[in-house]
Design a protein around this ligand. Structure first.
Ligand code: MN3
Length: 214
């Protein structure tokens, strides 16, 4: 089963950001963070709870179970759970993987070894990751994710889909929905990606990878 930081289940609640709304300035602006967390994420949480309200048999399921075993869900709520549950899962990961206290800008250890094995170097990986981000048509995410054997992949997903159904473990992800960057970067997604690399939590990515490998 997919490993997780949390084993949260119904009713889902908004987790406070682990930093201030303005902590990621000038890379991600205060207003975007406030709206993204307090409005966008809250809406996914509210809608997921409303969707599950009349299904008590699902109230003990973790978010990961709901998404991983979505084919077992009642058909009338499956799409709503995938969309809203994915919105909760992806945003929780996205916000938890940002930091205003960056202590390193290049991974080390086994994560760097895995990246070097597949992409040559961290700089080459960043170029490839950015290329993937720019190729997301419409709304979605770009992920660095790992197989259980430790091999890393860059994966794009649409809308609020996750990598869980592919048996991949998330290492880090970027939200490339326009609401994640439009107020500051307007339509220029490339600038937002460059800015995001300054605040993505490299230590957290290493922790995520270490849990796959250990
Ligand atoms: Mn978003």
């Amino acid at each position: 089963m997919i490993k997780s930081d949390t084993n949260n289940n119904y009713p889902f609640e908004l987790t406070p950001l682990p930093y201030a709304y303005n902590a990621l300035e000038p890379y991600i602006d205060e207003k975007t963070m406030e709206l993204h967390h307090d409005k966008h994420l809250q809406t996914y949480i509210t809608n997921l709870n409303v969707t599950l309200k009349d299904y008590p048999e699902l109230h003990s399921w973790s978010l990961e179970q709901l998404l991983y075993y979505s084919n077992l869900l009642p058909s009338e709520i499956r799409t709503a759970v995938v969309n809203n549950g994915g919105g909760v899962y992806n945003h929780n990961l996205f916000f938890a993987n940002l930091t205003n206290k960056q202590t390193k800008d290049v991974p080390t250890g086994i994560l760097l070894q895995a990246i070097n094995a597949d992409f040559g170097s961290w700089e080459d990986f960043k170029k490839e990751f950015k290329r993937h981000c720019l190729s997301v048509f419409g709304s979605g995410y770009t992920w660095l994710a790992a197989c259980s054997n430790g091999k890393v992949h860059i994966v794009n997903t649409q809308n609020q889909d996750t990598v869980l159904p592919f048996n991949l473990y998330p290492i880090m992800l970027i939200d490339v929905w326009e609401h994640a960057y439009y107020l500051k970067h307007y339509n220029v997604r490339a600038d937002y990606i460059d800015a995001w690399f300054n605040v993505v939590n490299i230590l957290k990515a290493e922790e995520n990878y270490n849990r796959v490998k250990l």
